[in-house]
Design a binder for this molecule. Sequence first.
Ligand code: A3P
Length: 280
Amino acid sequence: AKEMSDEEKVYRYNGVLYSTLLSPKEHLKCLEKMQAREDDIMLVAYPKCGFNWMVGVIKKIITAATGVKSESKLPPLIEFHGPENLKNVEEAPSPRLLGAHLHPDNIPASFYEKKTKILVVFRNPKDTMVSFYHFSNSNPALPSAKSWDTFYSQFMSGEVPWGSYFDHALGWEKKMDDPNVMVVTYEELKQDLSENIRRISSFYGFSLTEAQVQQIADASTFKAMKESSSSSHGNMGNVFFRKGEVGDWKNHFTPEQSREMDEVFNKRLAGTKIGAKLNY
Ligand code: A3P
């Protein structure tokens, strides 16, 4: 088959870039009407903020709390692959573990109407950008990042798949007081995973023993998840579990880029609750 050019790998829908292969337009159109359920377990993250980490944690929480191993064959993101996926989602039994990288305004309205519990994972913008840069260069479905400086400019202007980091953050800011939305940061997870496993399970309405919490935390370290990544993610294992640290941005940003990011961050997120959480 003819290779797609980097330009063909993305297209614009409602002003935001999406992957042509992963999220075709017909799919995004149908998605708007998707029906959520009150007991869906919804996980949302801007790309590279720790989505796959949380998928691992949540699956283990479900297994521990219900005794049933999650056998879901659903793609990880509701915006993936095509309308036939939505049919599979529709037919899947409850509780469904669903995910998205979408801006909160582009999540199907039904999730808010049904008051589905939505866990949001966020991460400081510098490490997110670094992770996104490496990911773009190792995921054939996305345009390659070319140089760091080029990717830096694209990220800062929101010209990356799924759109602007800052727009996503400002979108969630409006929902910080919504009891059905819980925001957790990558940095908080790194600092105290056990405590966040307790918070996340009670948010979704599961109760775990302290031994179960510890067991899940031990099985969800970067090292443990990287080791089992070939069974969870096949040959993309090393791509999704790259470095797993806070502060790798220091190995990539020039002092000038770091200063500019601080300025834009302060300008766009000053005085916001989410900005305070993402302050690094
Ligand atoms: P790095 O590229 O900085 O290593 P996503 O799943 O949203 O694509 O995010 C991927 C990022 O989460 C990668 O960051 C990856 O290494 C990190 N990650 C995945 N599992 C992790 C874990 N158990 N602990 C810490 N970081 C993890």
